[in-house]
Write a protein that binds this ligand. Structure first.
Ligand code: PXG
Length: 447
């Protein structure tokens, strides 16, 4: 193969788009007018036709330190040369242990043990399995129910969609895990529309967990899993006091509380983790995305001392947890993770997100009066613009805005009729303006 053929494979528009079945995409719409990315640096993507696109979404909420970080490239390249792969079962390599130690040192409370996965979906399923096994090991095997929340997103594994609350992610896939149940979501425009940061209304919704416990009995419930801030459903911020109340109810009934921090971890909320920002410590935390700046697939579950210690019993040469992946703690992913944490620290990116937050919120709220905007939500370095759906055509208005923003050089995400933005934390103020000006223009043009 010549060098030019090689370059073409990575940089030219392919002749045939049919063989690739794209994930979570309108395949036919995309293939009729492809949006193809070939490069990325800092805050921008480059397309096949040489256009620069401002990344308003940090890829898919993951490139928190911006694109093309040479520190990560070099760390990955050095590690792949040094140790390309190492078995993770009954064997180890230093970078995984060091990376676990760094994550646990960053995490709040006694989340002192890290189990590695390759994605957020695997992290969610891993945390749910650890919860079930934990109760089993401690002699309460009757605790088999897993409780999620309406509008929740915990990836696409069977565990994650069972506790998840996005109807389209569930309804095609059979009866799912027996025994899962859901708390109500906290999205409420009547009470909370156009609230800056956390809404005042809605903490009482946490008490619905008491009703679920009353219905099933605590002795049947293993864990509750929630996103501290619901990302995929369209940036639903926790009402003030809500997470604290969930924590109290879980503790009271011996139910494990899992925070899915796949999106909210690593600076998105202006803190290391949402747990820190909201002052509530879960028993387990799921991570992915920003863990490696999106560069190499990797996820993690952080578990409390209590959970880990419960498993560390019995004969010393027994396997304590029958779970793991070929690529758990992959050496190259760990190298990417180390370099990513170095950047977050060196560049003070979590602090930077916190500093930019007031400017970010003002910029998002500048769209409040635009026609068809029915809510604006913003906190940390994340925002949502909710739109009045077009009559008879749900999702069409937001998707049209997405396409118009892309034509104008800004990448945003949509879910339903909500536009979500969550840029890399290296963003500059003029780029914040560009994002919201472009969304405003796209909406005005469509109106
Ligand atoms: N938990 C949460 C809270 C997530 O947001 C996952 C688990 C699953 O992660 P993986 O790595 O298996 O995809 C996610 C993923 C969007 C969007 O724009 C959100 C996600 C992924 C892709 C798009 O809403 N979240």
């Amino acid at each position: 193969m010549t060098t030019s053929e090689n370059t073409a494979r990575y940089e030219a528009m392919p002749n045939d788009l049919e063989p690739y079945w794209m994930p979570f995409s309108s395949n036919r719409q995309f293939k009729s007018s492809p949006r193809m990315l070939v490069g990325a640096e800092g805050m921008h993507y480059t397309t096949t036709d040489g256009r620069k696109i401002l990344d308003g979404t940090a890829g898919l909420w993951c490139v928190n330190a911006g694109h093309g970080r040479t520190e990560i490239t070099e760390a990955v390249s050095a590690q792949i040369g040094r140790l390309d792969y190492a078995p993770g079962f009954q064997m180890g390599h230093p970078a995984a242990f060091e990376f676990a130690a760094r994550l646990c040192a960053m995490a709040p409370g006694n989340l002192d043990h890290a189990f590695f996965t390759n994605s957020g979906s695997e992290s969610a399923d891993t945390a749910l399995k650890i919860a079930l096994a934990y109760h089993h090991v401690r002699g309460e095997a009757s605790r088999t129910r897993l409780i999620g929340r309406a509008k929740g997103y915990h990836g696409v594994g069977f565990g994650g969609i069972s506790v998840g609350g996005m109807p389209n992610n569930r309804k095609f896939f059979g009866s799912l895990l027996a025994g899962s149940d859901h708390m109500p979501h906290t999205h409420n425009l009547e009470h909370n529309a156009f609230t800056r940061g956390q809404p005042e209304w809605g903490a009482d919704l946490a008490d619905e967990l008491e009703n679920i416990v009353a219905l099933h009995d605590a002795s049947t419930i293993a864990a509750v899993i929630v996103e501290p801030m619901a990302g995929s459903a369209g940036v639903i911020l926790p009402p003030k006091g809500y997470l604290k109340r969930l924590r109290e109810i879980c503790t009271k009934h011996g139910i494990l509380l899992i925070f899915d921090e796949v999106i909210t971890g690593f600076g998105r909320m202006g803190s290391s983790f949402a747990s820190e920002r909201f002052g509530v410590v879960p028993d387990m935390m799921t991570l992915a995305k920003g863990l490696t700046n999106g560069s190499i697939p990797m996820g993690a579950v952080l578990a409390s001392d209590t959970i880990y210690d419960t498993f560390m019993q019995g004969p010393e040469n027994a396997i304590e947890l029958f779970h793991g992946y070929t690529y758990s703690g992959h050496p190259v992913a760990c190298a990417a993770g180390h370099a990513t944490l170095d950047i977050y620290q060196k560049d003070g990116l979590f602090e930077r997100a916190a500093e930019l937050e007031p400017y970010w919120i003002d910029a998002a709220f500048s769209l409040s009066d635009v026609a068809n905007v029915i809510d604006v939500r913003a906190m940390g370095m994340v925002a949502a613009i909710e739109l009045e759906p077009l009559a008879g055509k749900p999702t069409a208005r937001a998707f049209d805005a997405f396409l118009k923003c892309y034509e104008r050089g800004v990448m945003v995400r949509t879910t339903g009729d909500i536009i979500a933005v969550s840029p890399p934390l290296i963003i500059e103020k003029n780029q914040i303006d560009q994002i919201f000006d472009t969304i405003g223009t796209a909406l005005k043009e469509a109106a």
